[in-house]
Design a protein around this ligand. Sequence first.
Ligand code: F6R
Length: 607
Amino acid sequence: MCGIVGYCGVKQASEVLLEGLKRLEYRGYDSAGICVGEGGCLTTVKCKGKIRELRSIVPVDLKGTYGIGHTRWATHGEVNDQNAHPHSDCSGNISIVHNGIIENYSVLKEKLQSDGHVFKSDTDSEVIAHLVSSLYTGDLEKAVKLAAPLLKGTYGIACVHADEPGVIIGARNGSPLVLGIGNDEMFLASDVTAMMSYTRQAVYLEDGEIVRIDAHGYTTSDVTDRAITKKIEHIDWELQEIEKGGFPTYMEKEIFEQPLSVERAMKGRLDKEIATGHLGGLNMTSSELLNVERVKLVATGTSYHAAMVAAYLLETVARIPSTAELSSEVRYKNPVVERNALHFVISQSGETADTLYAMRELQRKGARVLGICNVVGSTIPRESDGGVYIHSGPEIAVASTKAFTSQLTALYLFTLLMARMRHLSFEAGSRILEAIESLPGLIAQVLSNADAIKTVAHKYCAHGNFLFLGRGLNYPVALEGALKLKEISYIHAEGYSAAEIKHGPIALINEETPSMFLVPDDRLRDKVITSMKEVKARKGKIIALAVNGHGDIDEIADDIIYVPKANDILYPFLMVVPLQLFAYYCARKLGRDVDQPRNLAKSVTVE
Ligand code: F6R
């Protein structure tokens, strides 16, 4: 949420900053700006709109070999040119970009205004520029170190001063900041995608750390001036992974990558000899795993839906009482940490503020918290007590797709591991293992049906309301289908357990409100068909996601999207992919910006 980039080197900074911002645009895209320094003079260009709008107003001859840039997702103050970053102090000598929220900004602003500072925006962020300015006595790093303890809230900051050419100071507290090491050039960014065209050497900052970079190097320290030695890490992602690779959108590319991303999530983790899952990063001994009496999974959005599927599976297959909870609610409910409970936090980005804070609260109470994350080196994996990387590769589209199926893959392997340590026989374990191994091929089969799904999407996309209905393991998938549709097509959609509609939502059924029924070939199939009949009796249109070769659904459903027959536990994968495609084709037909839907941003790093 909000992208920050900084550059010091020999190249024209404006080009590097604009390219970095383009790569970070998925983190926020309502306004953007850059500030470039040259010969003791800072030039800021910023505007409402996307990076392409910014690029169109940046002078081609804008000179300067260092600078900072920002792409915004508004929290304080409406979306307009003044509220776009960078922000400067009254003299225009200091310029800052900020990601996060300064909670005490109004107190600080009042004080600074009474000292004569004049503010130009409605943002919380501008206060940082004036505060640093009020503490500046010729050394920007020192001024930032004095300002940092006065700021309450979260921040990733990059800051420049006209009198200190070629120098950027960065500070981190709760919002990600990483620096990139090049040859005679240095980068600072909120995530590594901004710098991947130039370097693979990264240093991740921790909360409380301050960094000073110039073209030739960097120093890291804390606000008390204590020097901190940092580990240089290698960025493994390939450049082509952050490009569209011939697809019209990132979302389509990421949906179609799923046979591969699911395979990567299971690679090296299937132990056929003893029919179990092998997850090296859990950092738990066999006896510790055996002592687990309860599993709590904490996440938000799509990751929460993966948590719900996993909780159901852990309880039914591994026979361990398990629950999924929303991270935003966990943090504030004074959660009880039970003895022998194991906690998972699930987050694609590894930076989601609600989930990160829930994890810290649980850890403060003595919980052991494992992470299921995608972005290597992000905050949750670094602060958790162990966990599993899902290795999906970068997920750039704002709507999460491939991360969901990879999260499920990791959680299925964990379930198998726990079940095999308890009651599950070698034969039953082998069947689950083989089922998991067959997933890439089955998902590829589902994807080969994309044209049929597109036809159904085009037939229904003019409807203003949808219900998504499923049961058991597929109830969370119905929620996920509804979330996908609403976030990228802006069509109102609700997900329910198919059994629940008779308790209220059936009142919504009429000819204008289609229902998408998830009808896997499992033990709840007949129950779902009963719910379908109830909807049919009320003239509701029905789209069924069903298994090939079952004639009975033809009589009830208006349209059917077929999925292959599979082991019962695999249907969440085989049902979610058509729902992703359905939402995608509806949104495209309606002319929506599927990669950057309105009001949203990837990686929600504010509460
Ligand atoms: C929906 C979506 C969001 C995220 C949620 C959690 O398509 O992308 O609901 O799933 O913001 O994000 P992570 O998994 O990064 O914690």
